[in-house]
Structures are given as C-alpha cells and as structure tokens.
Design a protein around this ligand. Structure first.
Ligand code: ATP
Ligand code: MG
Length: 566
C-alpha cells in the first residue's frame, strides 16, 4: 500500500480521555476513531491487525475441531427470557425500542436453541461451535478505549458434550488453544483460576495480562505462577503464636486509642497481638469478626463464609449492639447476641488484646480457646504485597490485570432451562453438558500495545503487524532514490511480503521516520541517497532500533529471511 494513496491519519494530539498508552497510540497511529462513549470505528490499519488476530484465532480453533458459525446479533427477547438472562443482564443488555428484540451480549442462548433442535443422541456429540462476531453490552462505565467498549468483537465458542469427562476434555482443548493464540499474538499472559460456583458451573479460568489499566487485582507469584484474584487469593502468611501460658484477662485504660497501630504503640506490643474487631449485619443478624492486627477483611470471602450478603454496621448500631464505638469493641461483655467468627490466622491464639466494649478500654490476655465462643475460623483476609506464596513461599506481587479471555464449564445451566437434551447410550434423556469460552479481540490488540510500545510508538510482532515492512523513500526529490524505492516496492510485493510504502513527496524525511516508528512495523527498509550511492540500503529493526545496511541486490533476500524466517 502506498502511503500517499492510503488512509493513514496519524496525529500528534489525543483526546483528553485517552489516558492509557494503548488508547493514545491507537488514536495517534490511526487504528481507531471514537464515535460515542465506548463505540469505536476501526480504520484500515487497525482492522488489518484485527484480521491478523482473527486468522490466528481461526487457525487454533479449527485445530481443536471447532466449526465456525455466524450467529445473529439481533435476538428475539423471548429466547433470553427462557434462560432468565433478561433479568440477570438487566441494564447491560441493549433492547431494541418498540420491538421484542435485544442485541446479544453473548450467545449461549442462540447456541442452545440450535442444539436443542438438532442434537438428538450421544452420537451427535461432542461438538465445538465458535464464531467471531460483534457483541453489544451497555457497560455502565465504558473506558480505557477499546478495552471496555459497548460494542466489541468476541470469539465465543461453546462445547457440547455427553459427559463430564467430555466437557473436561473440551475445556482442556480450549485452554491449550488459548495459550497458543496469546503466545502467537506475542502477549505475556497469566492464568487465574476462579471458582464459578454461583454460575452453576464447575470450573473456570481467566487469561489475563498485567497492566495498570486493569480493573482486576490479582495476587501473582513469579516463581511458581500461582495467580488468583485478590477476592479469593490466599497466602502463606504466619498464624498468631500461641504462648504456653494463658494469663487472666485484664481490663486496661486506653484513652483516645482508636487504631490498631495506636494500640500496639501504647501497649508496646506487636500488632499481631491485637485482635481487630468488625461488626457486620448479615441476614439482619449481627456478626462479630476478628482479624489479626491490621489485616484487611475481604468482603467476598466474608460473603462466602456467611453464605449470605453482609454489610458493615452503622455507628449507631455499633453502640447499641456492643456498648462501645468502633475502636473499643471486643469479644467480652457484649450487649447483644452475636455470631462470632475469626480469621484463620487467629485460630486458637491467646495473649490477645481487643476492645472491652467500653469506650477507652481494652482487654488483654484474651484466649480465643478459653474466653470467646468463636463459631468458626475462616480465611477472611485480603492478601498483601510481599507475603509468601502459599505454594512456594516466594513473595507474592499484587498487580492490576486485564481479562483477555475466559473459559468456563457451564455444565447444564442452559440445557436444563432451555430443554436441550440428548438420548444417552441407554436411551435415557439427558441435558447436554456445555462449556463456554470467550476471547475479546479488541482486548488482545490493546493489551498487545500496552506491552509493546515505547515513547515513539507501537512495536508490532510479526504475527499481527498490519504490514510486514515499512519501506521509506527518504529523498522524494531524487530520481534515483524514487526509482529504486519503486522497484523494491514492486519486487517485495511480488514475493508476497506486505509493504507499507511511504512514497509521500510532501513531507520531510524526519516526518516519515516518526510515522514509521509510530505505526510500528517490525522492519523498516530505508532507501536514502547516501547509502544508495554505495549501492546499499539501510534496514532498521523497530524493536531494538538496530540499524544495518545490505547491498541492493541482497535486500529482497534479507527481508524475506526476516519476514518468513523464524
Ligand atoms: P469483564 O469482567 O472485563 O467485564 P466479562 O467477564 O464480562 O469481562 P466475558 O463475558 O467472559 O467477559 O467475555 C469474554 C471476553 O470478552 C472477555 O474475556 C473480554 O476479553 C471480552 N470483553 C468482555 N467485555 C468487553 C467489553 N466491554 N469490551 C471489550 N471486550 C470485552
Ligand atoms: Mg463484563
């Protein structure tokens, strides 16, 4: 493609809402343009990258026996009522005004409706069905450019199996395919296991990249690759020590002491001797929770432990339930009946200090085995940076992550609610066992740029670059340079190398070099007057900035090696 004839609107300025590098660079390099909140046009150079990503995905999905569909984005709302997802998607689903239609945010329902009409017997299974198609989600906070759009492209696939082992196999095939897809695209990723109990499934994993732009917080071990969302992550942090002797409890005057740090400082003890108390209300009943020192309560873990939603008690509730304000609450002498639970770190601990349920007083020498009726100990704490990994004891890092893809054992959630059954080998009707697997294409592109850019622009990998090489005619006023550039453009194109050829006559060489670095093709071929006099052409590797020259007649061979070689 000739730069002079193509549409390459590179710009210096970016809109003020473009904060993260990928969003800025996708606009600056002319990959995308915003059309509305969370809505983007992909321009030719951006769509070229998208098509390369699609190709990689197709190859890997076909390699695991996937068959490509193209399902409609416009769906009858009744279909979504069958699975009760009009309700569960709520405002996230776009409804078409005056029509009983919705814009599909995903495609489990359509797939299940096809399956129930055509899958009859276990002999029709297994199946892997996929598509690459536009999804619509009315995200409440579209942000970070194409990372969270209201319209985006997803590769979604669905496995249909006759047995749990079949599902396990389809799931493993997808996990392997996903690893290949992300690796081929040139992404550094990690895998986070997550329990998906609430969704009726029996396993799920998220493929993520580390990025400041991420909305998930993940505990990551660089050594053994343990990775878990902080909502569920655990660490190997040491439990409280139980001393041999348990002394009698003793009330102490602690004027104006409100925080654990103040308390530890005032009593000259470690914060690990302090049992911090928190009051929550779950199902209308008060729950008293103990955490060690400054450990943070994790509300997701609390919800799992209690089996119900819970909220922090209001200040008025605190004093009426305990007789004291926050900061002086403890396990002894409570006014109301509490369910008392504690973090596992405090299991069986003694010599603890906690509030006396009397403002400005604390109690010391509390023995959790002797003085307190702890209902149960649970893992309730939020993991912190630097704590030892539960598996290998190396320090954990707490990082922000972006979800690139998700694989999920759905089980029979949709086949039961939508009655998609098959006859098993005993002739008995059974619900089809399903899996669902998604990859966001825009996220692959944006995350790639997050990981592969420098101050000058994007640095594409060979696998997804919009063009293999960027050919620059440096001196557009020199007849010999122009003639040689034209000749090389023709020869390279003939060898099936895709070339972006900067043939512009109205911009300076400096301008062309800047655009080449911004657009980020892996290899630049620079045809300039000086080198040409010595029968040489200059090459520049975008990633390293390394420059070298080759003889004119060796140029095509050298480029072919670079482009098609490993
Ligand atoms: P998130 O938690 O980020 O909202 P999700 O759990 O809703 O993601 P899935 O429903 O599992 O995502 O969709 C599969 C994939 O589609 C995601 O892994 C992600 O790559 C992509 N995706 C989801 N929502 C968006 C969006 N609003 N914009 C761009 N890509 C998206
Ligand atoms: Mg979402």
């Amino acid at each position: 493609m000739r730069f002079s004839k193509g549409f390459f609107p590179t710009v210096k300025e970016v809109p003020s809402d473009a904060i993260i590098p990928s969003h800025q660079l996708m606009i600056r390099a002319g990959l995308i343009r915003p059309l509305g909140a969370g809505i983007f046009s992909f321009l030719p150079i951006g769509y070229a990258v998208m098509k390369n990503v699609m190709q990689i995905i197709r190859e890997e999905m076909d390699a695991i026996g996937g068959q490509e569909f193209c399902l409609p984005a416009l769906n009858p709302v009744e279909l979504w009522e069958e699975s009760d997802r009009v309700r569960s998607f709520g405002d996230t689903m776009f409804h078409v005004k005056n029509r009983a239609l919705v814009l599909a945010p995903t495609h489990e329902e359509v797939i299940t409706s096809i399956a129930r009409n055509h899958i009859r017997s276990y002999k029709d299974l297994p199946q892997i069905w996929y598509q690459i198609q536009t999804k619509f989600r009315n995200e409440p906070r579209p942000k970070s450019g194409v990372l969270r759009g209201r319209q985006f492209n997803m590769k979604d696939s669905y496995s249909l199996d006759a047995s749990q082992e079949g599902l396990d196999n389809s799931y493993d095939l997808h996990a392997e395919a996903y690893k290949k897809i992300y690796s081929r695209c040139g992404l550094h990723f990690f895998i986070v296991g997550a329990s998906s109990g609430a969704m009726g499934g029996s396993g799920s994993q998220e493929f993520m990249v580390e990025s400041e732009a991420g909305e998930d917080t993940v505990a990551l071990c660089d050594s053994c690759h343990y990775a878990a969302n902080v909502e569920v992550a655990s660490s190997g942090v040491a439990p409280a020590i139980r001393t041999k002797e348990s002394h009698a409890i003793e009330e102490i005057f602690t004027p104006n002491i409100k925080t654990i740090d103040q308390l530890a400082e005032f009593l000259k003890v470690g914060t690990d001797r302090c049992a911090k108390s928190l009051v929550y209300i779950g199902d209308g009943k008060p729950v008293l929770i103990f955490m060690m020192g400054n450990d943070q309560l994790n509300e997701t873990k609390l919800r799992t432990a209690l089996g119900t939603d819970a909220r922090a008690a209001e200040p008025e509730e605190l004093s009426s339930l305990t007789g004291a304000d926050a900061g002086s609450i403890g396990p002894i002498g409570l006014k109301a009946n509490f369910t008392i639970i504690a973090d596992k770190r405090l299991e069986g601990a003694n010599g603890l200090i906690s509030g006396a349920n009397k403002n400005d007083y604390h109690i010391r020498n509390i023995d959790f085995n002797r003085d307190v009726k702890i209902g149960s100990y649970y893992d309730l704490r939020t993991v912190e940076q630097g704590e030892p990994c539960l598996k290998c004891s190396k320090p954990l890092r707490i990082v922000k992550g972006i979800e690139l893809g998700h694989i999920f054992k759905l089980g029979t959630k949709y086949s039961v609610s939508m009655k998609a059954n098959f006859l098993d080998d005993q002739g008995k009707e059974q619900p089809i066992i399903m899996g669902s697997y998604g990859i966001g294409l825009e996220r692959i592109i944006a995350c790639f740029i997050e990981q592969h850019h420098d101050a000058s622009g994007i640095i594409w990998s060979k696998s997804i670059a919009p063009y293999d090489i960027h050919l620059i005619c440096v001196n557009a006023n020199s007849e010999t340079v122009v003639a040689k550039s034209e000749e090389l453009y023709r020869m390279l194109t003939e060898t099936h190398i895709s070339v972006l050829y900067d043939d512009r006559t109205n911009v300076t060489p400096g301008f062309k070099f800047n655009d080449a670095d911004l657009l980020g093709m892996p290899l630049q071929v620079i045809v300039g007057e000086k080198n040409l006099k010595n029968n040489q052409i200059e090459l520049k590797e975008r990633l390293t900035g390394k420059r070298w020259t080759v003889a004119v007649d060796q140029l095509v061979g050298e480029v072919k090696n670079r482009v098609f070689g490993s």
